[in-house]
Write a protein that binds this ligand. Structure first.
Ligand SMILES: [Zn+2]
Length: 551
């Protein structure tokens, strides 16, 4: 076409110029598509290899797999650090004539490239420091009276132990890791800030939000609203919790502190009933999960077959879900034990699983993922929290005891309130830490505790580094806010799905069809906030969560 054009003049030229312009766009879209296909196929291959290595590592703890994971993730990062490709993408992004799916792919790629557009030495320095921090964190063992405890063992003490003395020691021991890690984390914070500044951002916190399509001002305002609107409710619940615990441990109300709660960071329901656990003691959790999802019309047989479900030596002790190839190979890792937490966790991980599996396979590979971690977390949290509803206990465990029904629902509200305080606290802490890493971070941490938990800071914390004991602060930075946004969206979804199901529970085919059509199938076709609008027919709203936490 280019060669033909020069033979025309006058009116003919003008006419054909239009045709030419259109054709040029068409050609360019084609070229652009080829260019993307070529680049993305490399990413796709590398990501699948990495996922397979991660699976072997997490299910066996093999050293060979660990080294493979290290080298494959570097190779994946290197793909995203080619400046020429980045500049090409930026120039494509400025064009307004591209179709929506192309635009979305370019946007996602640019965000992925941006974080890697750094001097090689700086990238390597950050990776090395993160890897060593990770290792220190995984290998750290605290001691109480000379005896060594794992993190899980400390958590078990806080969950079950009646001795106040031992509880205080366990809480204290859970923070020792912080003192050891704090200097390393501060070094990393400086390096991350240096990286963010070189890309034109004020600091790393701002950069991470921007690259996840989150508006910082809006996020902080939303968190303020969530807190203000549930503060009265939280204060009432807190008083009830503290009174209950003061009776249970036979100490004065004033003496109750974080040591009395069920976990080191005051996130769980601090007075969860043990009766709930007893209900699951002789139950087949896998069978219940299968039946839950099948009632919704989701087939989870293949997901279960490819999952690694029970405890074993060398295996990761937590839980996760992974889509190996962004197609049908989706797996979960669990360590099922017959208690309420694992019931919740199984439903949670399978929730991620069905989300992945129901994503439209015809979408370009890059878009076969959720647009933000908060949307997939919302589904997983929504499914997991059903365990704490009376309808679930009635339908899947045949419970009829009104007292238990009453307790579980109050427990769910307490958990939302306590967890949200922790998410507010960590988010503001990160914002301020990246703004000024040289300040006294432990003072900041406990100032924020007083602000959000409406409780006095515990004594004798000077010179400690309690903030650094929270895994996410060092190693999953600027991520915590997503969990709370996920919870908030889950509450809105719950309300919507009950309406669609026309029943008192959401394990109905109509609810699942709605989720598939409006949400799962779209992958990353839309930005997270547009996807939510597509699901709700209205923008992201905090009302349903506020309502749940206030009643
Ligand atoms: Zn999750």
């Amino acid at each position: 076409m280019k060669n033909i054009k020069i033979f025309f003049t006058g009116i003919f030229f003008l006419l054909f110029a239009t045709v030419y312009a259109l054709d040029e766009v068409y050609m360019n879209q084609n070229n652009l598509q080829n260019f993307l296909d070529d680049f993305i196929s490399k990413v796709e291959l590398k990501e699948e290899q990495l996922n397979r290595a991660v699976w072997i590592l997490e299910t066996t703890g093999s050293k060979d797999a660990a080294s493979l994971v290290g080298s494959l993730s570097s190779e994946l990062k290197i793909l995203f650090s080619d400046k020429d490709i980045y500049e090409k993408l930026v120039s494509f992004d400025m064009r307004e004539d591209l179709d929506h799916l192309l635009k979305r792919q370019i946007h996602i790629l640019i965000n992925a490239f941006k974080a890697n557009m750094l001097p090689k030495e700086l990238l390597e320095d950050i990776s090395t420091k993160e890897a060593s921090l990770n290792q220190m964190y995984a290998n750290f063992r605290a001691k109480i009276d000379g005896k060594i405890y794992t993190e899980n063992a400390l958590r078990d003490i806080l969950k079950e132990e009646k001795s106040v003395d031992l509880r205080k020691k366990a809480w204290d021991a859970s923070k020792i890791v912080g003192v050891e890690l704090a200097p390393k984390i501060v070094e990393l914070v400086h390096l991350r800030n240096k990286a963010a500044k070189s890309l034109g951002y004020e600091n790393y916190f701002d950069m991470m939000l921007d690259l996840s399509d989150i508006n910082k001002t809006k996020l902080l305002k939303t968190f303020d609203d969530l807190r203000i609107k549930t503060d009265d409710s939280f204060k009432k619940v807190l008083l009830h919790v503290n009174e209950t615990l003061s009776n249970e441990f036979d100490v004065s109300l004033e003496e109750i502190g974080p040591w009395a709660y069920k976990d080191p960071f005051c996130q769980m329901d601090p007075i969860e009933t043990s009766k709930l656990n007893e209900l699951f003691q002789d139950k087949d959790l896998l069978k219940i999960s299968k039946s839950f999802y099948e009632q919704m019309g989701f087939s989870v047989d293949d997901l279960i077959d490819s999952s690694d479900l029970y405890e074993r030596d060398g295996k990761n002790q937590h839980a996760f879900c992974i889509s190996v190839n962004r197609k049908n190979d989706v797996r979960t890792l669990n360590n099922i034990k017959p208690n309420v937490q694992w019931m919740e966790t199984l439903l949670h991980e399978f929730g991620h699983g069905v989300y992945y599996l129901e994503t439209d396979e015809k979408l370009p590979w890059l878009l076969r993922d959720s647009p933000h971690v908060l949307t997939t977390e919302a589904i997983a949290l929504l499914m997991g929290r059903q365990v704490y509803t009376k309808e679930f206990l009635r339908d899947f465990l045949d419970v009829k005891d009104e007292k238990i029904f009453n307790e579980v629902e109050k427990g769910l509200k307490r958990r939302q309130l306590f967890f949200s305080r922790s998410a507010f606290m960590i988010t503001e802490f990160e914002a301020k830490m990246y703004d000024d890493p040289n300040q006294d971070l432990n003072t900041l941490w406990w100032d924020l505790y007083e602000k959000y938990y409406n409780s006095p800071r515990p004594e004798n914390r000077d010179g400690k580094a309690d903030w650094a004991a929270k895994y996410h602060v060092g190693l999953a930075p600027v991520y915590y806010y997503s969990y709370l946004l996920g919870e908030v969206f889950a509450s809105t979804l719950q309300k919507q799905l009950l309406k669609i199901a026309k029943d008192d529970n959401i394990w109905k085919k109509e609810a699942a069809i709605f989720l598939k059509d409006k949400m799962f199938s779209h992958g990353s076709r839309y930005r997270w906030d547009r996807l939510i609008e597509n699901v709700l027919d209205s923008p992201f709203s905090i009302d349903a969560w506020i309502e749940e936490c206030s009643k």
